[in-house]
Design a protein. Structure first.
Length: 289
């Protein structure tokens, strides 16, 4: 019912974003077309597991769902939908894409000096975690978010760096290249905990604000922006089911809960892997020499 209403109101292009649909499908086709032939060009390249393929595909689906589906449209009118979109795009999707990409696909990058230098700088744990969380907080400043929601250039200027820095933020944890394995398992636990602490002030400000912070969700947007085009909004056709302040608080809670669940799941996985590794070590390796 809601999908039919959105499609009828804003049209197929605005609601389903066929350009992004094609782009997402093209990335998926390229992934499956390349992982077979390319593997044979790299020494000691392991086959891509079914689990990796599934994770990559789910990540791609979340990318489209966040950027090109009706959730993107709903995010212009409901802050809670916007924060669900943000959670999927920047907390969950990059993690799945990195986990689903075999390390040998990145193997040619470190051969180039400029790539090695850039990777060392942007994937350093301190740089990566600060860049993402600073940009995320900057985006949710009222004046910036209101501007991005009603301006196509600003919309893309913010979302593209956020997507990139989200990938970089997860890189010290997933480390798709052997050269990037800087953190021990214990350090990864501390890194994820620190990232959760850094994102908390933005969520807390949104949840505990005494008044609506964003004019877009009080007065309604004037434009509907997607990655490839924007269209004017006829506000007479809108019916928002929540009061702006309640919607804002719900959005902050959704973001915090999604962050807790995602980070908590990764923490549990890393801790379990670390525990198994320590448990499997022979006793003589645990004794000082």
């Amino acid at each position: 019912m809601m999908l039919t209403y959105l499609t009828a109101t804003f049209g197929f292009r605005a609601t389903w974003n066929p350009e992004l649909m094609v782009l997402t499908a093209s990335i998926g086709i390229a992934y499956f077309a390349l992982i077979g032939p390319l593997r044979h060009t790299f020494a000691q390249a392991t086959p891509v597991s079914l689990r990796q393929k599934a994770l990559f595909c789910i990540g791609l689906l979340l990318f489209y769902f966040g950027m090109g589906s009706p959730l993107n449209v709903a995010g212009h009118f409901l802050f809670s939908a916007h924060m669900l979109q943000q959670s999927l795009l920047y907390l969950v999707m990059p993690l799945l894409l990195l986990a689903g990409t075999p390390s040998w696909l990145f193997a040619s990058l470190p051969e180039r000096k400029w790539a090695r230098t850039l990777l060392r700088l942007t994937t350093h744990p301190i740089t990566a975690v600060l860049m993402f969380n600073a940009l995320f907080s900057f985006y949710h400043m009222p004046v910036i978010l209101d501007m991005a929601m009603n301006n196509l250039a600003m919309h893309n200027l913010i979302h593209l760096p956020l997507l990139l820095t989200a990938l970089l933020m997860w890189t010290p944890v997933i480390a798709p290249l052997p050269q990037l394995h800087r953190l021990t398992e214990l350090q990864k636990l501390a890194y994820i905990f620190a990232s959760g602490v850094l994102i908390t002030p933005a969520c807390a400000l949104i949840i505990f604000a005494g008044a609506p912070l964003y004019g877009t969700y009080v007065n309604g947007p004037t434009m509907l922006c997607t990655p490839f085009f924007s269209a004017p909004v006829d506000k007479s056709m809108l019916a928002v089911p929540l009061q702006a302040l309640d919607d804002q608080r719900l959005g902050g809670i959704i973001m915090k809960l999604m962050q807790e669940v995602t980070y908590g799941s990764v923490l549990a996985y890393i801790f379990a892997r670390w525990y198994r590794k320590e448990k499997d070590q022979p006793d003589d390796q645990l004794l000082p020499h």
